[in-house]
Ligand binder design. Structure first.
Ligand code: SF4
Length: 279
């Protein structure tokens, strides 16, 4: 979808227990995050270079970390990058779990007014600003176990309601859907019903992926939390990621599991008349 992605930080203070950052190639862990202090000058030269080639692009913020994690409230790094997007008239897709994005509505409005979409999507999007809110659950208890540092579900719901009053495209990324804890029909139905009440423009989704085998890697962190809070699902969860052939753990559940989950999500999305694509 996007031509380019941009991450002003490496690592993420929200520290979701299942976060792919822990144990994956994206960073060392969610606790030690880094500020890309040169990101504004890099973005400026990239945007200028695109313009020299007469190219336009939809640029996504937050594909591998949250652009509105805690430190952003002091550093304004994402905000400054958005100012560059406005100055050079580039459209933006923000992926976040934070309501701090509301602080930047003034610039997002300006981007929406002036940005120029790439030719291949110009007739497919009604807005130059896309904001995707991530949720793994809408159950407060589950949330407090796996995402204790993330802005609350209520805050994110309120942020979506506020952003929907603007002329932006606002959707949900229902991801990762936690196996056995939140992947049953009833939980999915309830979650998508709640999202539908927010009048979201789209719902993206995905299953859980787990990486690494060290103590603070997502696979081990996640397994330990399931063992502690959902012991009844512990073996099933481990089996879902276990490869009998190699005797090693896999990063993803089986293709069949993902297909079955996908069918369920598409069914309930269609029940509430929500599309599963941004375009
Ligand atoms: S908000 Fe996203 S990037 Fe940050 S810790 Fe959670 S899953 Fe990882």
């Amino acid at each position: 979808m996007e031509d380019y992605s941009l991450n002003p930080y490496i690592g993420c203070s929200f520290d979701c227990s299942y976060c792919y950052i822990n144990g994956s190639k994206y960073a060392k862990n969610t606790n030690s995050f880094y500020v890309k202090s040169n990101s504004a000058s890099l973005l400026k030269s990239e945007l200028k270079s695109l313009l020299r080639k007469n190219k336009r692009a939809l640029i996504s913020f937050g594909s591998s970390t949250d652009p509105y994690q805690d430190i952003e409230s002091e550093l304004y790094l994402t905000r400054n990058l958005l100012k560059l997007m406005y100055r050079f008239k580039f459209p933006v897709h923000i992926i976040t779990k934070s309501d701090l994005v509301l602080r930047d509505i003034d610039i997002l409005r300006k981007i929406n007014d002036v940005a120029i979409l790439p030719d291949d999507i110009v007739n497919k999007l009604k807005s130059n600003v896309i904001i995707t809110y991530s949720f793994s659950t809408i159950d407060k208890e589950v949330f407090s176990i796996f995402e204790p540092n993330v802005p609350s579900i209520e805050k994110r719901f309120k942020a979506i309601e506020r952003l929907k009053k603007e002329d932006f495209l606002v959707g949900v990324s229902f991801m990762p859907i936690l196996p056995f804890i939140a992947d049953n029909n009833e939980s999915i139905d309830k979650a998508i019903f709640e999202f539908s009440k927010l009048d979201i423009d789209y719902l993206l989704y995905g299953s859980l992926s787990l990486f690494g085998n060290k103590e603070f890697d997502s696979r081990i962190k996640y397994f330990n939390l399931v063992k502690k809070y959902f012991p009844e699902y512990y073996s099933k969860t481990k089996n879902l990621f276990y490869n009998n052939r190699t005797g090693l753990y896999k990063d993803y559940p089986s293709f069949k599991y993902q297909e079955d989950l996908s069918k369920k999500i598409r069914y309930y999305s269609s029940k509430y008349n929500i599309k599963n694509t941004i375009f």
